[in-house]
Design a protein around this ligand. Structure first.
Ligand code: SF4
Ligand code: SF4
Length: 449
C-alpha cells in the first residue's frame, strides 16, 4: 500500500503535460539573472555582488556574482554566453545582471568534471563542488544545497530524494525521472557518499508508477537505493509529510527533518549535483512545467535561469483565453507573477488560468471572502493547524495572535484555501502575517497578548 499522511487533498489531477518530453526553450535574446532578491530577511538568502562588469564577455557557467566576504552562500553563474548588457536594481531592491545572448551557448573553459572516482572523494570535497556549482533546492524553497548537506552530516539516517510532485499541473520532476533516471540516482549516490550513509530512498508518487518501475530496474537488488511509492495526495511533496509518510515521525513545532534523522532533496536537485560532478556545469537551467487553460501549447521546458516568463509563454504559443492570473509555481502553493518577471531556480512552473478554473487563496486582497465557520480548512490541513483563525487574525492585522494557531508551522500548501466555500484567501493572509512579523510589525501585540 502507498505511504501517506493525514489531511491533504486526494488526486486533484490536471497532469496534462505528463507525456510532454522536455523541450529546450527557444533561446531568449536576453537573460536577467537576479543576484539579490531584496529579501535578506529570509535567512538563507546571502547577499551577493557582481564580479563582472557591463560590456564584459561571459561564457555559460562562468561566475557572475558571489557572496559578500562576510556571508556564507554560493555563487551565481551566467546561464548563456554573451555580453553583460546591464546591472541594475529595481524598485523592489532586486539586483539583476542582464546578459545579451550571443546564441552560441559557449561553456566556460574552466568547467570540468571532478576528475576522480566518487569513492576517493571526501565529504568536504563534495560539499565544495556543490557550493561552487551554485546548486539550490529546486523543489521551490531555494535553500543552498551545500548548506543542507553540511547541516546533515553526522545527523541523519535517511537521505530521501523527493519525487512526489503531487500539486496539480506539475510534471517537470516526473519528466526528469522518466528521461534522466540514471542522473537522479547518481546524484543520490554522491549525496550518500557525502553523508556517509550506506543506503538512500527515492520517494515517488504512486501516480508515477512507471517511473518507479524504471528506477527499480536501474537500482536492481543491491539494497543501496530503495524505491518507495507514496500516495498521490497533495501536498505529499512537502518535506514534513514525506518524512511522516516514510518513517511515521511527525515533526514538532520547531523541528526540521534533521530532527527526525532525515534529509530530503528534490529529484532535479539530485540531477544537478550529478551534472556538476560529471561535467563541472553549475546550475544554469531548470525544467519547468508550463500549463493552464490559457496556454496554447502546454509543455515541459528546460529554461535558462533568468529567461523572462514572456519568453516561456511565447514558446508555448501564447494565450488562447484571457488570463485571470499567472502563477509562478503550482496553482495552490505558487505566487502570482507577471509576464515581465523571470525564471529563478525556485520556479517549478508557470501556470496561467482564466476565471473558468478556480484555485483560490493566492492573494490576500480578496476582501469578499467570508468565513462561514464550516471547519473544512481545519480538517484538510496536513499540519493540523487552525487556518480559519490564522486568516481571521491576519485580516484584522492582529498578527501576533496568529502564532498560537500555528502560523510558523504553515507550509503554505493552500489545501485550506482550495476547499474553502467562503473563498477566504487563507494563504495570502498567512504570508501577510509571516511577512509582517518578520519585519517586526505586530511584535508589541505579542508581548501584550
Ligand atoms: S474553510 Fe473557509 S469558511 Fe470554512 S472555516 Fe475555513 S476559512 Fe471558514
Ligand atoms: S494552514 Fe497552511 S499548512 Fe494548513 S492547509 Fe493551509 S496552507 Fe496548508
Amino acid at each position: 500500500m502507498a505511504l501517506t499522511f493525514k489531511g491533504g487533498i486526494r488526486s486533484i489531477g490536471f497532469k496534462n503535460t505528463a507525456l510532454c518530453r522536455i523541450e529546450q526553450l527557444t533561446p531568449p535574446a536576453n537573460v536577467f539573472i537576479m543576484i539579490n532578491d531584496g529579501k535578506v530577511s529570509r535567512g538563507h538568502k546571502a547577499r551577493r555582488m557582481p564580479v563582472v562588469g557591463i560590456g564584459e564577455r561571459v561564457f555559460r557557467g562562468q561566475v557572475i556574482a558571489d557572496t559578500l566576504p562576510d556571508e556564507e552562500g554560493c555563487p551565481l553563474h551566467a546561464s548563456v554566453s554573451g555580453t553583460v548588457a546591464d546591472i541594475y536594481e529595481d524598485a523592489d531592491s532586486r539586483t539583476s545582471v542582464v546578459i545579451e545572448n550571443d546564441m552560441k551557448y559557449e561553456n566556460a573553459p574552466t568547467l570540468s568534471s571532478i576528475g576522480k572516482k566518487l569513492t576517493e572523494c571526501s565529504t568536504d570535497e563534495i560539499i565544495d563542488v556543490v557550493r561552487r556549482a551554485g546548486i539550490v533546492g529546486l523543489g521551490g524553497r531555494g535553500y543552498p544545497t551545500y548548506k543542507k548537506i553540511k547541516e546533515a552530516v553526522g545527523r541523519v539516517e535517511f537521505c530521501i530524494i523527493n519525487c512526489a510532485e503531487s500539486e496539480p499541473f506539475l510534471t517537470s520532476d516526473y519528466r526528469t525521472l522518466i528521461e534522466k533516471p540514471a542522473s537522479v540516482l547518481n546524484g543520490l549516490k554522491i549525496l550518500l557518499k557525502a553523508l556517509g550513509l550506506r543506503s538512500g530512498i527515492v520517494a515517488v508518487g504512486e501516480d508515477k508508477h512507471n517511473a518507479a518501475e524504471k528506477l527499480s530496474e536501474l537500482v536492481g537488488d543491491s539494497g543501496m537505493i530503495k524505491i518507495r511509492e507514496l500516495c498521490s495526495k497533495y501536498p505529499q511533496g512537502a518535506e514534513e509529510l514525506i518524512v511522516y509518510s516514510l518513517i511515521g515521525r511527525a515533526l514538532g513545532a520547531d523541528e526540521t527533518p534533521l530532527d527526525a534523522g532525515c534529509v530530503v532533496f528534490n529529484a532535479q536537485t539530485s540531477e544537478a549535483i550529478f551534472n556538476a560532478f560529471a561535467t563541472g556545469m553549475p546550475l544554469t537551467s531548470r525544467v519547468i512545467t508550463v500549463d493552464g487553460d490559457c496556454v496554447a501549447r502546454p509543455a515541459n521546458l528546460l529554461v535558462p535561469i533568468g529567461a523572462k516568463i514572456s519568453d516561456v509563454l511565447a514558446h508555448c504559443g501564447g494565450f488562447i483565453k484571457t488570463p485571470a492570473v499567472i502563477i509562478s509555481g503550482g496553482p495552490l502553493s505558487g505566487r502570482t507573477t507577471a509576464e515581465n518577471d523571470v525564471i529563478t531556480p525556485e520556479c517549478r512552473a508557470v501556470i496561467v488560468l482564466s476565471d473558468d478554473v478556480a484555485f483560490t487563496g493566492r492573494g490576500a486582497d480578496n476582501e469578499f471572502g467570508v468565513c462561514i465557520r464550516c471547519g473544512r480548512c481545519v480538517s484538510v490541513c496536513p499540519m493540523r493547524l487552525a487556518p480559519n483563525y490564522i486568516a481571521t487574525h491576519s485580516r484584522m492585522e492582529n498578527y501576533a495572535a496568529t502564532v498560537p494557531y500555528g502560523l510558523f508551522r504553515c507550509i503554505e500548501c493552500g489545501c485550506c484555501a482550495y476547499v474553502c466555500p467562503g473563498r477566504v484567501p487563507i494563504v495570502g493572509l498567512v504570508r501577510r502575517a509571516k511577512e509582517a512579523l518578520s519585519a517586526g510589525v505586530g511584535e508589541e501585540q505579542e508581548e501584550g497578548h
